[in-house]
Design a protein around this ligand. Structure first.
Ligand code: PMP
Length: 460
């Protein structure tokens, strides 16, 4: 696919160590080098056009060429390119962005802590709850509940909360006390003859059984993505989130909604918790916060969590945690401008309005011989590929067919991401009806090419 004599590609192969990449395969096939962006489209170094159907990494809400974000960054670079917020220091962009996020968040969530990435944010949440519970004189309340196939990052603690084998195996994780509960995905994990509400009831019982077996006095937090992203785009069964919220209240467990993908309109609502009718104690956001033009994440917490941490910081003399880049002024300035654009252009409303066209168009692929389930909400969707539709059996080796399908999609001018057996789509929020028609058309061609290839290769 790539011209290996191209000096950029050769230099990449010679020197770059890529995240989430089979490095030996990369040495042979080389990189796909992106050269420029324009709206929902990106262009590679050969000038080939692609619709960025995953908005980069589920993150570029306003598209790949927004001049207002560039201008906001330049303005802040000129004024004060860097300052920190340790030891009572402050600057306007972080103050204004904190104020804005408190305004957007559910009632009672008034305090914001900034980090550079979603992983750092979740590590920070873990440390905040440990710090809080030590301060409250209950040092045994340190464990976490998470879910299989949940994604919360890759640092040592956040990677422990992630429930995916590739993030644990040979990394010696989990390294903190965490129990991974059943993935709340009815189509895959519902039992023969079980209804969706029975499935929800079983999962809630499982969660309560684990809480009681471990002892509620040992469990600090429950973390989950309202709609699971990187594990394969799984939407929760009816009643799941209010049920989890009730358990957290009953057993005094802090509920953390990891909205790094869901936040700022992805589901057609400002936050995913709003969509599914629950109120967390902590909201973790990143990605669409700045459209990923700058690295930034924000932890938005309620007064209960804040006050417990604040009290302990007073007792100890400080909250001994923070990053050099926490609340970076350029990132915060870009975040503020990005949120202003999301509001002015009603991009959250756009996601809600286009949901039917996007989800409805993709649902038609449920009839395709390769597709087991099409799922999603708002402007995020997943197509799970199966070797056998009736039994839902996946292809072996795992991930081979979905990887090939993503390659065919790129060949057809659509970037999607193969996560395990699922092809994920999560286009920029500025996507139009025309773009969606093209996404669906290109995906259809990619599926047909994949089906021909599967048959030619004799895969099953
Ligand atoms: N939480 C969720 C829900 C995510 O999707 C991600 C990233 N895909 C993270 C946390 C980690 O974010 P980062 O890659 O910025 O560390």
């Amino acid at each position: 696919m790539n011209d290996l004599s191209n000096s950029l590609a050769a230099a990449d192969i010679a020197h770059s160590v890529h995240p989430y990449t089979n490095m030996r395969l990369h040495e042979k096939q080389g990189p796909m080098i992106m050269a420029r962006g324009d709206g929902v489209r990106v262009y590679d170094d050969h000038g080939k056009e692609y619709i960025e159907g995953l908005a980069g990494l589920w993150s570029v809400a306003v598209g790949f060429s927004e001049p207002r974000l560039r201008d906001a960054a330049v303005r802040q670079m000129d004024l004060l390119p860097y300052y920190h917020s340790f030891a009572h220091k402050a600057h306007e962009p972080a103050i204004r962005l904190g104020e804005k996020l408190a305004e957007m968040a559910p009632e009672g969530m008034n305090r914001v802590f900034f980090t550079n990435s979603g992983s750092e944010a979740n590590d920070t949440v873990i440390k905040m709850l440990w710090f809080m519970n030590n301060g409250l004189g209950r040092p045994e309340k340190k464990k976490f509940l998470a879910r299989n196939k949940g994604y919360h990052g890759i640092t040592i603690a956040s990677g422990s909360l992630t429930g995916l084998p590739a993030n644990h195996k040979d990394f010696d994780l989990p390294a903190i006390p965490v129990t991974h509960l059943t993935c709340p995905h009815f189509w895959r994990w519902g039992e023969e003859g079980e209804t969706e509400s029975e499935f929800t009831a079983r999962l809630l019982k499982e969660a309560e059984d684990v809480i009681l077996a471990e002892g509620p006095e040992t469990i600090a937090g429950f973390i989950g993505e309202p709609v699971m992203g990187a594990g394969g785009v799984m939407t929760p069964p009816e009643g799941y989130w209010p049920g989890i919220e009730a358990l957290c209240h009953k057993y005094d467990i802090i509920l953390i909604s990891d909205e790094v993908i869901n936040g700022f309109g992805r589901l057609g609502t400002t936050f995913g918790c709003e969509k599914y009718g629950f109120t967390p104690d902590i909201l973790v956001t990143s990605k669409q916060l700045t459209s990923s033009y700058m690295p930034l994440a924000a932890i938005i917490m309620n007064d209960k969590v804040y006050n417990a941490i604040a009290d302990n910081s007073e007792k100890l003399g400080t909250f001994g945690h923070g990053f050099t880049g926490s609340g970076h002024p350029v990132a915060c300035a870009v975040g503020l401008e990005n949120l202003a654009i999301i509001e002015e252009r009603d991009l959250i409303g756009n996601a809600a309005r286009l949901e039917e066209q996007f989800q409805g168009g993709l649902r038609k692929f449920a009839d395709h011989p390769l597709v087991g389930e099409v799922r999603g909400v708002g402007l995020i969707a997943g197509l799970e590929l199966v070797a056998d539709k009736a039994s839902k059996r996946s292809f072996t080796p795992a991930g081979k067919v979905s990887a090939q399908a993503a390659k065919f999609a790129a060949q057809e001018g659509l970037i999607c991401r193969n996560v395990y057996e699922t092809l994920a789509l999560c286009p920029p929020l500025i996507v139009t009806e025309d773009d969606i028609d093209q996404i669906i058309e290109r995906m259809g061609r990619a599926l047909d090419l994949t089906w021909e290839w599967v048959q030619a290769e004799g895969l099953s």
